[in-house]
Design a protein. Structure first.
Length: 121
């Protein structure tokens, strides 16, 4: 199954995904209020869902900057290959020495080709 890239869509005034700290050891996210978003499920496309406890969020002072959920629950998605993808992008950018002389479509296809190779090897 193929899913196209979806640009992150954070509303203005809300916390961005990078403001939540990912803990690789415990496979969870930590919110700006030092509460844990636990891993819940992985969907068919390889996206892992992390959810907060509604009781933690209900009276949180950051609720209006975090989520508009009626259940008072923050949900973050993370692809199972996200960490590999970040490392490959970084390595690819280092090889180019900051130059953008390769068209973006070619750069993207090269990075994803390296992801496939690293997983199948």
């Amino acid at each position: 199954m193929y899913a196209p890239y979806k640009r992150p869509t954070t509303k203005k005034g809300f916390f961005k995904k990078y403001e939540y700290v990912y803990d690789e050891g415990y496979d969870c996210y930590i919110c700006p209020n030092i509460k844990i978003l636990e891993y819940r499920i992985t969907n068919k496309l390889g996206y892992k869902k992390y959810k907060s406890e509604p009781e933690d969020c209900k009276n949180c002072s950051f609720l209006n900057k975090c989520t508009q959920s009626k259940k008072h629950q923050k949900v973050i998605t993370r692809h199972v290959w996200e960490e590999i993808e970040k490392k490959l992008w970084k390595r690819y950018d280092i090889r180019l020495n900051g130059k953008n002389d390769i068209p973006s479509e070619k750069r993207v296809s090269n990075v994803y080709l390296e992801i496939v190779r690293s997983i199948t090897i």
